[in-house]
Design a protein around this ligand. Structure first.
Ligand code: DMJ
Length: 500
């Protein structure tokens, strides 16, 4: 049914030219000669991976300063988040030995019978997404079996009066509840709105429509309820099905809901007209209410609090350059160029948030009031935790325009990552992008391996490596194939429906 293309061992792809000497080889297996043959991106990946393997194997993330593992409480007792998040990156980079180690761990040690409290969203985007991508890229049945077993454990989260899932689920008992910090027991738009791609694939693989039904039900409710100015607020009650408060954001709490609308349409081979309508409707409301131009000419997405604008943009919101870019082509003909321009402007603004810092890395959030533009004004917003969103937008904009500036900007980010985030035993986030005396946060996030390094690699690879016509990336950068149905299948489905 699926026709995944564009997967190949792409060793040797390295179009960047650096004058900086390469980092020293890790003192792990593989040896110096293998190390010397790797491109810069692969070296970054191998360095991150080798250190994770050496100091945190089987734990969720590496603490590179203290050289130990971090488990955290997002994954309900599941382990190996960095392994699951790395499978596809290692595979497409052709880091075969490392990929084989990762695969063996999944086969022998990934225990899905855990009994802890998990974030439905995080388990879905990292574990379900990571295993699905590994299956589609490699065809290994083992990944399919694992992901279907895990998928089933997530279903009880939807047992609410509305079918809108709660944010937290005990993977053992199936009990679910809302985050303590979410107002009035609400569910979060970016969480229940970021299940669609993975759940549709779970139905495809299992032949069980229940997963698709669950996410279609979410969509049905969202379509039915009134939206203030056409906007989707971030908090919704899973009990009443009403909005709980009117905070709208393209960054945290809202972000990937919008991403999954356009990607659902693209992943359905452009047949999911409802997702398309919802995406362009949301874009219209966003443009009318949130998109702003600063006095210095920078375009940004403000946040909206009951009609009042907060002139702040989070690093998370910087994914939207890429999203608007991939959605440009299917917009109304008269708006296509406009969408492409808007995508380029947002990406430019996000790049500015990097260039205006001493380290050339961007802060967690930047503002357009208080005298500055595209800079963090609060101490608490100055950190960078190896997030991918800005590089993600560079990758999409490069693929869409081939404007060399996106590769140049990606290269700047590589240099900055190497200079400020690389420590002796891995990569670490930093606490203040505005100071050159680095204070590291001692965390190598799993999304650094899954997203940041993968998007960098794709930015400098040929377009036929995971071509955008055939693959969509989930919000953790795990590639899922576009679902193409043959005419024969369509006819069979139609016959079945009409006879029913
Ligand atoms: C990732 O886990 C995903 O991209 C998610 O959608 C948002 N946050 C992180 C990376 O910043």
């Amino acid at each position: 049914m699926f026709l995944p293309t564009g997967v190949r061992d792409s060793s040797g792809i390295n179009r960047g030219v650096s004058t900086t000497p390469p980092p020293p080889p890790p003192v792990t297996d593989g040896g110096l000669s293998r190390w010397n043959q790797l491109s810069r991106w692969k070296k970054m990946m191998k360095f991150s991976w080798d250190n994770y393997k050496r100091y945190a194997w089987g734990k969720n993330e590496l603490r590179p300063l203290t050289r130990n593992g971090h488990i955290g409480n997002m994954f309900g007792g599941l382990r190996g988040a960095s392994i699951i998040d790395s499978l596809d990156t290692l595979y497409i980079m052709g880091l075969t030995e490392e990929y084989n180690d990762a695969k063996e761990w999944v086969q022998t040690s990934l225990d899905l019978n855990s009994n802890g409290e998990a974030s439905l969203f995080e388990v879905n985007i990292r574990y379900v997404g990571g295993l699905l991508a590994a299956y589609y890229l490699t065809g290994e049945e083992m990944y399919k079996n694992k992901v279907l077993e895990l998928g089933e454990k997530l279903l009880p989260a939807f047992n609410t009066p509305t079918g809108i899932p709660r944010g937290v689920i005990n993977l053992g008992s199936g009990t679910s509840w809302s985050w303590g910090w979410a107002s009035a027991g609400s569910s979060i738009l970016a969480e229940f709105g970021t299940l669609h791609l993975e759940f549709v694939h779970l139905s495809e693989l299992s032949g069980n429509p229940v997963y698709t039904e669950k996410v279609m039900n979410i969509r049905k409710l969202l379509n039915k309820i009134e939206k203030p100015h056409g906007l989707y607020p971030n908090f919704l009650s899973p009990v009443s099905g009403n909005w709980v408060q009117h905070h709208v954001s393209i960054g945290g709490l809202g972000d990937s809901f919008y991403e999954y609308l356009i990607k659902s349409y693209l992943m359905s081979d452009k047949t999911d007209g409802e997702a398309k309508k919802m995406y362009y409707g949301a874009m219209e409301a966003i443009e009318a209410n949130l998109v702003q131009k600063s006095p210095g000419g920078l375009t940004y997405m403000a946040e909206w609090r009951g009609g009042i604008l907060d002139h702040k943009m989070g690093h998370l919101a910087c994914f939207s350059g890429g999203m608007i870019g991939i959605g440009a082509d299917d917009g109304a003909p008269e708006k296509r160029q406009h969408f492409l321009d808007l995508a380029a402007e947002i990406t430019h603004t996000c790049h500015e948030s990097y260039t205006r810092s001493a380290t050339k890395l961007g802060p967690e959030a930047f503002r357009f009031d208080g005298g500055g533009e595209a800079t963090a004004t609060r101490l608490s917003d100055r950190y960078y935790i190896l997030r991918p969103e800005v590089i993600e937008s560079y990758m999409y904009m490069w693929r869409l325009t081939h404007d060399p500036k996106y590769r140049e900007w990606g290269w700047e980010a590589v240099e900055a990552l190497e200079q400020h985030c690389r420590v002796e035993s891995g990569f670490s986030g930093i606490r203040d992008v505005y100071t050159m005396t680095a204070s590291h946060d001692n965390m190598q996030q799993s999304f650094f391996l899954s997203e940041t390094l993968k998007y960098l690699y794709l930015l400098f690879s040929d377009d036929d490596l995971l071509p955008l016509e055939d693959w969509v990336f989930n919000t953790e950068a795990h590639p899922l194939p576009v679902i193409r149905r043959s005419c024969a299948q369509d006819e069979a489905t139609q016959d079945k429906t009409s006879s029913e």
